[in-house]
Design a binder for this molecule. Sequence first.
Ligand code: ATP
Ligand code: NI
Length: 263
Amino acid sequence: MTPFLLSLEDLSVGFTRYSGAARVRTVTGVTSLSLDIAPGEVLAVIGASGSGKTLLAQAILGILPANATVSGRVLFDGKPLDERRLRTLRGREISYIPQSVSHLDPLMTVGRQVRIGLDPRTARDRQRTLFARYGLADDVGGRYPFQLSGGMLRRVLFATSVRDTVRLVIADEPTPGLHADAVAEVLRHLRELSEGGASVLLITHDIFAALAVARRVAVMHAGELLTVEEASAFTGDGDGLKHPFARALWRALPQNQFSPGSE
Ligand SMILES: Nc1ncnc2c1ncn2[C@@H]1O[C@H](COP(=O)(O)OP(=O)(O)OP(=O)(O)O)[C@@H](O)[C@H]1O
Ligand code: NI
């Protein structure tokens, strides 16, 4: 039995693009990516916009865009995560906190959306518990997404995606546009999930958010996973980082103010 909850083996995602009359071009979104996540581990994936982070999440969840082709293997509990297993695991053992609050249904009250997938007999009680956990007042359940603030919508997304049975949480950019307190709150929720035993894959642009919760940080660039670094190595001048790209990324942060010629 593998010690890993999730293993990606040589995962690639490509797109077919039609340019001109019949010329077909394949564009790679993710190239030969291999990665393991241990039970209860928080692993962050960082990388610039377009580096393939969301595709990685979508490949694991089996929700890639229709024009994507995928190869390689995704193992959950050491067994291939095929469409059939995904159908039973998604929303129960594997949950997804999507990049955009536009994943919420604009025409359904947020309370109903939080109750989707819950046992109908206990759904109302569970909703109350989840709302309390994420600091949402009870009456918020009767409102529609457009009636809530961005921060409240983020918390609703957590409430819709988090179940007691969850073993893997994939959070895609849960913090952009939030003020510092709200970021800290989101990170605290992710940490709580991992303390409860779930593995967390945190996708983010924000390296400091990543370092606040993750033990390891995977660095993506142009569809490739360049390196997986220990979070503790992102310190000082980054000498402990294995990969030159990770060192460059770290040193280029305005917070790290390395004067030219200081190396
Ligand atoms: N449906 C699609 N058709 C063609 N190309 C796509 C499609 N979806 C994504 N791509 C391409 O794949 C690459 C990776 O996209 P992805 O959404 O994974 O990036 P990302 O790292 O999540 O970026 P961001 O930080 O902006 O969310 C991009 O270059 C994008 O143009
Ligand atoms: Ni993305």
